[in-house]
Design a protein. Structure first.
Length: 131
């Protein structure tokens, strides 16, 4: 239960940090603009941006599947509500690298081998943003 909560909470903290625009101060009330290591969640170059899922209206954090680790992709899938996020993240990392022009066709074909439903595929494609 705790590890599942951590998988859900970690991406949400990244989204909050991104959305807040790294506001001045570190949140400790000191006015010090140098963030402390414990006050700011770590992010990587894999975190790219966020978008709004047209079917749910939820904000989805996007990752670059070419630079994100399998666990980062799984965390983003989990945050977006993808069932079996670890399985799909493994498959996504296996079939890369991707370009913006080829990702949809490649994953539709490759994940289709496993009987992925259209809603899950749509959500996965909404999370991934190759550079």
């Amino acid at each position: 239960m705790t590890s599942r909560l951590a998988l859900i909470a970690a991406p949400l903290l990244v989204v909050v940090a991104i959305v807040s625009g790294c506001s001045s101060g570190n949140g400790d009330g000191s006015g010090n603009s140098t963030p402390s290591a414990s006050a700011v969640p770590s992010t990587s170059t894999a975190a790219r941006s966020s978008s709004t899922d047209s079917t749910t209206g939820a904000t989805v954090s996007q990752v670059d599947p070419n630079t994100a680790s399998e666990s980062q992709i799984a965390a983003a899938f989990t945050a977006a509500g993808v069932a079996n996020a670890d399985k799909w993240a493994k498959e996504v990392t296996e079939y890369g690298p991707y370009t913006p022009d080829t990702i949809s066709d490649t994953l539709t074909k490759e994940l289709g081998k496993y009987g992925i439903d259209q809603q899950t595929l749509h959500t996965i494609l909404g999370v991934l943003a190759p550079q």
